[in-house]
Design a protein around this ligand. Structure first.
Ligand code: NAP
Ligand code: HSE
Length: 433
């Protein structure tokens, strides 16, 4: 029941792709939101860089160029949608120091400096919520933090970057050129201000760090994540995957090591069987599997990028924080009690696909197989294609430590029966994993 006259003030830092949609939804759904919170949510200012630009979704009298003053205005909730590290970090810390709870979608900042932000929230007794920072509209962080709090997570695996999933979908289904698909993703508002964060895998790595921290109750930063982007994925790789019944996805994987005392967090292009549910996650959609001991596999799916979907997650946090302010409570803080070691990708257990251009003479297959065996990697199957100068071997391995697979690739590069290593990619989603 709404208390007449009760209000919760909301200051918006950033009025771009996401911020403009938050402003629009705050206005269009004001009655419902105030009924849910028990007080009206009042937008008290929107900070942008270019105050001269006309903005359809933001009332002109609320726009300001002074983000710092708005952050320090003492609003009940400050929503940070500027992005990047600075000035976002200074603004968020200033808001907390001024007693405001903070909602942010800024995965780059959280993955770089989450510990300092959580410490500030603790110090000033305010909330820090960030559901929209990972996988856009999909409710994922709250389920990890709350619904699965009684279980033990073993592995988190999924597609967490909409831009690269959009690009890879276009390359796979329409043969679209990489650069053309990226330009389309940018025009649709999926990409970061600097799209190299998307295509280089850094956006997904930031999200993987946040997911790993929550899943394993351990502090993980972006520097702990092994990252490979999609820039090197070629039309040839996409076609090879298709021919084998696979599709290429940029996956984020965070998992316990075999001894359960460590975690490995990685982001890289991955071959996934077309029969796997992740293969049918198209365009800017995201999907994440959480494998927990008692629950088994839980899958989260939805729109991973774009203004309105992301604004939905932001507003969910605004409502939660507003309710906390009204009741004088706070949401859960950072949980890092497990303090697991973050281990290198070399300790991950993976499968590889390897495409080799080989000399066409007797004994080549045996020589290649020997190199795999010498490095402790068992071959699942081999297919020979072409003849003479065009001869190639496509090898798929069984599960092996990533370090052993990397050593094998190095040995193949140095072998006199291998003319060229045409493609190497990790494989996920086959039976057993
Ligand atoms: P955006 O379109 O580039 O918007 C950024 C906004 O911040 C703009 O309004 C910009 O002003 C303003 N701004 C930038 N620097 C400023 C400064 N120094 N002072 C005041 N205002 C400043 O970015 P976005 O796509 O909305 O993303 C915002 C955040 O959400 C980022 O952290 C991003 O990673 C995250 N996110 C985005 C999506 C998505 O699909 N776009 C999804 C999930 C999370 P001008 O308008 O004047 O340039
Ligand atoms: N640039 C990001 C993406 C936005 O493409 O997934 C959502 O975080």
């Amino acid at each position: 029941m709404s208390n007449p006259g009760a209000r919760v003030t909301v200051a918006l830092l950033g009025g771009g792709t996401v911020g403009s949609q938050v402003a629009r939804l705050l206005r269009e759904t004001a009655d419902d939101l105030s009924a849910r919170v028990g007080a009206s949510l009042e937008l008290c200012g929107v900070a942008v860089r270019d105050t001269g630009r006309e903005r359809a979704d933001i009332p002109a009298d609320l726009i300001t160029g002074d983000a710092e003053a708005l952050a320090r205005s003492g609003a009940d909730v400050v929503v940070e949608l500027v992005g990047g590290i600075e000035p976002a970090r200074t603004l968020v810390l200033a808001a907390m120091e001024s007693g405001s709870s903070v909602v942010t979608a800024n995965k780059a900042l959280l993955a770089a400096d989450g510990a300092a932000l959580h410490a500030a929230a603790e110090k000033y007794g305010v909330d820090l919520y960030y559901e929209a920072s990972v996988a856009g509209a999909i409710p994922l962080l709250r389920p990890l933090r709350e619904s699965l709090a009684g279980d033990k997570v073993r592995r988190v695996l999924g597609i967490v970057n909409g831009t690269t999933n959009f690009i890879l979908t276009r390359m796979d289904e329409q043969g679209t050129d990489y650069a053309v698909a990226l330009a389309e993703a940018q025009a649709l508002g999926y990409a970061e201000a600097d799209p190299t964060a998307d295509v280089g895998g850094h956006d997904a790595a930031a999200k993987a760090a946040i997911l790993a921290g929550l899943a394993f109750h351990t502090r993980v930063t972006i520097d702990d994540v092994h990252v490979e982007g999609v820039e090197s994925v070629t039309a040839v790789d996409v076609a090879a995957a298709r021919e084998m019944g696979f599709v290429i996805k940029l996956l984020a994987v965070a998992e316990l090591t075999a001894d359960e005392r460590g975690v490995v967090v990685r982001v890289h292009p991955t071959m996934v069987p077309r029969t796997h549910p992740l293969a049918s996650v198209r365009d800017a959609f995201n999907a994440v599997f959480v494998d927990a001991e008692a629950a088994g596999d839980v899958m989260f799916y939805g729109r991973g990028a774009g203004g309105a979907p992301t604004a939905s997650a932001v507003l969910g946090d605004v409502v939660a924080v507003a309710r906390n302010r009204r009741s004088g409570s706070r949401g859960p803080g950072e949980s890092t009690y497990a303090d697991l070691q973050v281990r290198p990708v070399a300790e991950a257990i993976t499968r590889y696909y390897v495409n080799l251009h080989v000399t066409d003479k007797p004994g080549v297959l045996a020589a290649v197989a020997t190199l795999f065996a010498e490095n402790g990697v068992s071959i699942q199957n081999v297919r020979q294609e072409g003849l003479g100068d065009q001869a190639s071997l496509v090898v798929r391995t069984h599960l092996a430590p990533d370090a052993a697979l990397a050593r094998t690739i190095e040995a193949l590069h140095g072998s006199d029966v291998v003319r060229d290593v045409l493609g190497v990619m990790r494989v996920e989603g086959e039976a057993g994993r």
